[in-house]
Design a protein around this ligand. Structure first.
Ligand code: FMN
Length: 428
């Protein structure tokens, strides 16, 4: 029985920021107490060093690679292909590989810090398919995303439920980008037996599966559930439970979204340039209040209209607060439809908890939804957010995700009753 009897909408409601809530709890933490951001299985597990010249290795490598190391106040920061709220990286990636030359059929953990795959489970007649897509067998790769939630709840407490899901959506975005670069179609799956998988993968209450990506040939064949449980290994060096997050995850894991036809996006990026973009993607820390061109702005919005390859349907609406786009009057727009005109740059800066990036950028975007499944909708918002990062950076436009905003005041500014899932700033 769950301790909190809250519906999934209430979990969003309960993690709203307001002017007062931020004043009362500004999330100050002692950085020395940050839990470790890298999971490692014990040394005796077999490991495969990733070789970027091997097509499957390279597909996997690009989903979690460290792309920049920098030191700040004597602490080393390792930034990755995926962005993460507060740079706390709660997400992990597991891959099941079946029927690929030179690779043992098994479930592997992607050990990001050491750039290798750790074999945590060898397959016989069993596998992840039985939890995800029954009576089917995947020859190829299945990616699983999970969250080691304490990495984020350490700082962001209950609001980290949102950040875990958004980060997971971004991680799905990195998988989609890598699949595109490797000419592979993928399918994102959200509605499956996550709770059984958490148990069988030995995650206890400390880590939870959020989504899965199928990338391979589908065969009609029964696959058994895992015949052995994977032993528990903690994803952090220490742990403090948060009942709200654990309940919030469970409640939002169960509701099924309505179904839609699976459709694949068709991107026309120059692959070499796109590869460089994936590799150099960064969050912008300061905008110079420059104009961006109308053409670039529309190109970025266009990428958001491309289909998301999943059967789970959760509609996400995008509101744009235009501050600095050539030839477009400043104002609030929804799908090119002007809702109200005016220079709202100061106000959006305020709404995003007085963050200069939301004030000085060219456009502040808000993703809004009336979801059925909150966990899925948040991940789709993160997934779209990742498209915004990559399509902006591809055009030389900077970008940053924004998870912190005053929820109710933003809703009334946008004149919507739907929940605000995520915000983004783009500009120069
Ligand atoms: C869900 C999410 C929320 C974020 N929220 C903010 C934010 O409110 N303000 C901000 O300056 N950066 C925000 N960021 C950007 C992160 O701080 C950034 O991704 C992280 O420091 C890693 O840096 P990188 O993106 O350059 O790799 C957010 C990123 C994500 C994915």
């Amino acid at each position: 029985m769950l301790e909190n009897d809250l519906s999934s909408k209430n979990y969003h409601q309960a993690t709203k920021h307001s002017y007062l809530s931020v004043q009362l709890d500004p999330n100050y933490v002692d950085s020395k107490t940050q839990p470790s951001a890298f999971k490692q299985y014990p040394k005796f597990y077999r490991r495969v060093q990733l070789n970027i010249n091997h097509p499957i290795h390279s597909l996997i490598y690009l989903t979690g690679a460290i792309t920049l190391e920098k030191a700040y106040k004597d602490v080393a920061f390792k930034l990755r292909v995926n962005p993460s709220a507060g740079g706390l990286y709660p997400t992990e990636i597991y891959v099941q590989i079946r029927g690929m030359p030179e690779i043992v059929d098994g479930i592997y953990h992607l050990e990001v810090e050491n750039n290798c795959l750790t074999l945590i489970y060898e397959l016989i007649d069993d596998g992840l398919e039985s939890y995800i897509i029954q009576s089917k067998c995947i020859k190829g790769v299945i990616f699983l995303i999970s969250c080691v939630y304490y990495r984020s709840s350490w700082k962001y407490k209950n609001r980290s439920l949102r950040y875990c899901f958004l980060d997971s959506g971004h991680h799905l975005g990195t998988i989609a980008a890598s699949a595109y670069l490797h000419d592979k179609d993928i399918q994102l799956i959200f509605d499956f037996d996550k709770l059984a998988l958490n148990t069988d993968l030995g995650f206890e209450n400390k880590e939870f599966v959020t989504a899965c990506v199928v990338c391979g040939e589908v065969e009609e064949k029964n696959v058994r559930r895992l015949r052995l449980k994977v032993p528990f290994v903690c994803g952090t060096d220490y742990f403090e439970a948060n009942q709200f997050i654990e309940d919030g995850y469970q409640v939002t894991a169960l509701q099924k979204s309505s179904k839609q036809q699976l459709e694949h996006p068709k991107f026309e990026f120059d692959k070499d340039k796109f590869y460089q973009t994936v590799w150099h993607r960064r969050s912008n820390r300061r905008f110079r209040k420059q104009l961006i061109s109308q053409e670039d702005y529309f190109k970025i919005l266009q990428q958001l209209k491309q289909p998301i390859p999943t059967e789970s349907c959760e509609a996400i609406k995008v509101y744009s607060v235009v501050h600095r786009v050539e030839g477009i009057s400043p104002g609030l727009y929804q799908d090119n439809h002007l809702i109200k005109s005016g220079d709202f740059s100061e106000h959006t800066g305020y709404l995003c908890i007085n963050q200069g990036i939301a004030r000085d950028c060219a456009v502040t975007l808000f993703f809004v939804s009336d979801y059925t499944n909150y966990q899925t909708a948040m991940q789709l918002a993160g997934f779209l957010g990742h498209r915004v990062y990559l399509s902006s950076n591809y055009l030389g436009i900077q970008c940053s995700g924004i998870g912190a905003f005053y929820d109710d005041e933003t809703q009334s500014f946008l004149e919507t009753t739907k929940d605000i899932l995520y915000a983004m700033a783009i500009g120069i």
